[in-house]
Design a binder for this molecule. Structure first.
Ligand code: PGA
Length: 259
């Protein structure tokens, strides 16, 4: 059974460091019981220092950032955090191109720079792609294709591509204020095939075999098994439900026992 990956995107939560530690400890406890699943927690950057020790002690649970600067190293760029800085404090993954960032003006070429910086530094980028709206004529596939082309431009011969993860996150499926409306496993299966084909065209057949594709958007414990067993994906990106310790534990347990 191939190892699955479950990524928790905490977004701008929780409000205090104490709550972050508590949630992280509970998630780690659940992660330690798993055999076939890798867990990545992506908290707000401000919590990395205090959670770092907890992450490295377990080994089974890694930390990810929710974004990174287009600039590398250090410099006069106010408000920026570089891939090198994240790497040095023990961050292993970074979510890039999330629809929240795209909404604030992040462009395809910004995402491309961020992916290149991350790969060059040894961070593992989780590239989010997904359409805003689903239409019947299949146009939304073109949106995903264009996002992949822009973001991965110039990366064909990059050796570190094995560190890349693609997250299909249809924007309309991302939970809003307690309302959860996920995509269905059959449509995710179709999209996973389309993404693999598109990646093969951009990066070459060999690279694609090593790149996991995961699904995100209103994932809850009830849907985990179906997405993993019928959706053609290697893992899941979990937002809202990763903030509820009991529910996240359930998600991990089900993921671990899914085929
Ligand atoms: P959700 O968020 O699981 O709350 O829909 C997923 C995401 O935005 O990454």
């Amino acid at each position: 059974m191939a190892k699955k990956i479950i990524i928790a995107n905490w977004k701008m939560n929780p409000e205090t460091g104490e709550k972050a530690k508590e949630l992280f400890s509970l998630s780690r406890k659940a992660a330690l019981k798993l055999k076939n699943t890798k867990v990545v927690i992506c908290p707000p950057n401000i919590y990395f220092q205090s959670l770092g020790g907890l992450a490295s002690k377990s080994g089974r649970i890694s930390m990810g950032a929710q974004d990174v600067s287009i600039f590398s190293g250090s410099g006069p760029q106010t408000g920026e955090i570089s891939a090198e800085m994240l790497k040095k404090i023990g961050v292993e993954y970074v979510i890039l191109g999330h629809s929240s960032r795209r909404e604030l003006g992040e462009s395809g070429s910004d995402i491309n720079k961020k992916i290149k910086n991350s790969l060059a530094t040894g961070l593992k980028p989780i590239l989010c792609v997904g359409e805003k709206e689903r239409c019947d004529n299949g146009e939304f596939m073109k949106v995903v294709e264009a996002q992949l082309k822009e973001s991965l431009d110039g990366l064909k011969s990059e050796k570190s591509l094995k560190n890349l993860i693609i997250a299909y996150e249809p924007v309309w499926a991302i939970s809003k204020k307690g309302s959860f409306k996920a995509d269905n496993p059959d449509s995710v299966f179709g999209m996973s095939i389309f993404i693999r084909k598109t990646l093969a065209a951009i990066l070459g057949e060999d690279a694609v075999k090593k790149i996991p594709i995961i699904y995100g958007g209103s994932v809850a414990s009830q849907t985990v098994k179906d997405f993993l067993e019928r959706g053609g994906v290697n893992g899941l990106l979990v937002g809202g439900k990763s903030l509820v310790a009991k529910e996240f534990e359930e998600i991990l347990k089900i993921a671990d026992s899914s085929k």
